[in-house]
Design a protein around this ligand. Structure first.
Ligand SMILES: [Zn+2]
Length: 217
């Protein structure tokens, strides 16, 4: 199995940062993607970064790179994970939305199995974040509707579905994770912490490994 890791956006993408500019999504995503790729390689897997560049490689080119590898190795032997962090707005102000979630394209595909494995791993690796959530919620850091691990159970699995180009334009099992919110102060603190970065890297690694080792995926 070839593990392809996509890191959202680029240095030249407008917006996509925390209101205090401490977290730049392109930079954070590249750091996480780089460590995840190295971690998977150290575990003996063939892991590759789809966008090693700092600039925002357009989505059609990202999809082309993925599909080229799918054509070479067979799409059933390739998976793609796109690393992002979420935002509740684009007005440069702190918000009260928070939490982690995973997206697949609409319909039942192998990506649903991959997404569920990563979602399960998120529930394990984000336990410190999950445990702190109610206290932070009571202090108003998160509004009452927020959950630390977000899920859409309407079709029987926990992933959200969206027609993101990186999901619909690629042939292999592909998921996109939104790891917490870049415009929530408590979330940004966690995302920039050593504990937070490690948890985000490990939940992706464990989810991918569980998927690969599943006999009937
Ligand atoms: Zn993003």
């Amino acid at each position: 199995m070839i593990i392809l890791i996509d890191n959202g956006h680029g240095k030249d993408t407008a917006g996509k940062c925390s209101p205090d500019k401490r977290l730049l999504e392109y930079k954070w995503a590249r750091e996480i993607a780089g460590f995840l790729c190295d971690f998977m390689k150290n575990c003996g897997y063939d892991a590759r970064l789809i966008v090693p560049e700092e600039n925002d490689v357009p989505l059609p080119e990202r999809c082309r790179r993925v599909n080229e590898i799918c054509n070479e190795y067979g799409e059933e032997n390739v998976l793609l994970v796109s690393i992002h962090s979420n935002a509740a707005g684009a007005d440069g102000k702190w918000k009260t939305a928070g939490g982690w979630c995973v997206y697949t394209s609409p319909g039942k595909t192998k990506a649903d199995t991959l997404a569920t494995e990563i979602w399960n791993a998120a529930n394990v690796w984000l336990k410190p974040y999950i445990d702190r959530f109610p206290l932070l919620q009571s202090k108003g850091e998160y509004d009452s509707k927020q959950r630390p691990i977000r899920a859409d159970w309407s079709d029987g699995d926990p992933d959200y579905e969206a027609r993101f180009a990186i999901l619909t334009g690629t042939k292999c099992a592909a998921v996109l994770t939104e790891s917490l919110f870049q415009d929530n102060k408590a979330d940004v603190d966690f995302l920039l912490s050593v504990e937070g970065k490690n948890a985000i890297i490990r939940l992706h690694a464990d989810g991918i490994m569980s998927y690969i080792n599943k006999p009937d995926k």
